[in-house]
Design a protein around this ligand. Structure first.
Ligand code: EPU
Length: 423
């Protein structure tokens, strides 16, 4: 097991580059299973969820050729199995995309119920609703989801999502790409990674229109060919670095941060009193702060609302803002476990169901804390950077699931952060 040791109180200064988007990569890599040719994918983040997906594809019979740290060639022409191993699939949430991809191409899939970060009940009924509308029979037995298309092939259908779901939107989009006829997804999620998956599929020969709006139309094609594709920069990593810059009273230029993806966070940082400027001539954002932050209220919502994945880092920044901030977490029922740890560092908060009330304190003090999930881990790192003294952060493996070498990036900005192996 690894832990971070953070020596806090140092402003972050300099420039840093955002890696490829985790939540796009963990959809696009399984989507490659649908491609009857070789696809080259670039700007892949070096994170453990991606490594795990490569193992799953390899085991199913794909040829996985790592070209360099951020590029891979996937050849899925000779897939042997539509049943990924339970042990691998169970370890990540995004393994649900194996259902849409395998069902779409082979008309059948058997995949372990997805795992992933634990912040309450995370149903996949909307994914199943979509597959069923397209003519699949879906059952859950012995920890596996079995999906079979009647007559071996899915048929296009109209699917209205009862909740705006990122995973269901992308999964149905994949399954529909090779279905017979046209599928329309209504009340679709609009996150940047949904547009990225649509662009990937289209670059392989699919016909997806409307991604980025709440109505997506997918005209099924007979075959997806190989090609080349580069993943977009990670909106949540960019946001985490923006928050870290403000939290340490620093001045950081974040390269690869796409300003249009960051509008909800930018608005809140400005409201708090930080300075946020778009870089000139390329996609980048500069965040500066003198640390004189006002309280703000946050309500997490599907894109373009404030992302739930930045709620945890943001709540840490608010823990030293002047006044009382109120957070309403509308996406997940239990995404405040990190605030327990922040209390050990001197933070004051009250949690009532999905509402967190945060009373700003003058400063946090370092101590030993434990990450309960990926973004909780990132939030605790920010807390460690802000705090007086030394913070030990346990369960760094969660952070490795979604942030590429976070400690190296922070160190390059002047942070004192070390990784240590502990028993
Ligand atoms: N929901 C349902 N039924 C479904 C699907 C979702 O009720 O069939 C509910 C969920 O319980 C939740 C809401 O709808 O209340 C939204 O869930 P969504 O399906 O959008 O989330 P997800 O696909 O499971 C992805 C990301 C999460 C991110 C959310 C929201 C991946 C692998 N995961 O999860 O990322 O929080 O979208 O943006 O893409 C993270 O990166 O830390 C992370 C947790």
């Amino acid at each position: 097991m690894n832990k971070y040791i953070v020596n806090g109180g140092r402003p972050l200064y300099g420039e840093v580059t955002v890696s490829g988007a985790k939540n796009a990569a963990v959809a696009i890599i399984p989507a490659a299973l649908m491609v009857d040719g070789v696809c080259r994918i670039e700007n892949i983040p070096q994170i453990s969820d991606v490594t795990l997906f490569f193992s799953i594809l390899d085991e199913l019979g794909a040829k996985v050729r790592i070209l360099n740290r951020h590029a891979v060639e996937l050849d899925c022409r000779a897939i042997r199995s539509t049943r990924p191993s339970y042990e691998l699939a169970r370890r990540i949430r995004a393994s649900y995309y194996l259902l849409g991809a395998l069902l779409g191409r082979f008309g059948e899939a058997t995949v372990a119920m997805p795992g992933g970060c634990d912040f309450g009940v995370r149903p996949i009924d909307q994914h199943i609703k979509g597959f069923t509308a397209m003519g699949a029979q879906v059952s859950v037995e012995g920890g596996y989801i079995n999906a079979r298309a009647k007559n071996g092939h899915l048929k296009g259908a109209n699917v209205y999502l009862d909740v705006v779901s990122v995973g269901a939107t992308m999964n149905i989009m994949m399954a529909a790409a090779l279905a017979e006829g046209t599928t329309i997804i209504e009340n679709a999620a609009r996150e940047p990674h949904i547009v990225d998956l649509a662009n990937f599929l289209n670059s392989m020969g699919a016909d997806v229109k409307g991604a980025g709006t709440d109505s997506i139309k997918i005209r099924g094609v007979k075959r997806l060919n190989g090609g080349s594709y580069a993943i977009i920069p990670d909106q949540i990593e960019a946001g985490t670095l923006m928050i870290a810059a403000a939290a340490t009273h620093g001045d950081v230029l974040i390269r690869g941060a796409l300003p249009t993806h960051m509008e909800a966070l930018t608005a809140k940082l400005l409201e708090m009193g930080a300075r946020v400027d778009e870089g000139v001539g390329e996609d980048s954002i500069r965040v500066r702060s003198d640390g004189n932050h006002r309280h703000v209220n946050i309500k997490t919502l599907p894109y373009p609302g404030f992302p739930t994945d930045l709620q945890q880092p943001m709540s840490v920044l608010l823990s030293t803002a002047r006044g009382t901030s109120i957070i309403n977490e509308t996406i997940y029922e239990m995404r405040y476990k990190h605030l327990e740890e922040i209390r050990h560092m001197g933070g004051i908060s009250q949690i009532n169901d999905r509402i967190a009330i945060i009373e700003g304190v003058p400063h946090l003090t370092g101590c030993a804390v434990t990450a309960s999930d990926l973004r909780a881990g990132a939030a605790l790192v920010i807390a460690g950077l802000m705090a007086e003294g030394v913070t030990d952060i346990y369960n760094v493996q969660y952070i490795d699931r979604g942030y590429e070498h976070l400690e190296d990036k922070l160190r390059s900005l002047g942070a004192k952060i070390e990784r240590l192996t502990v028993d």
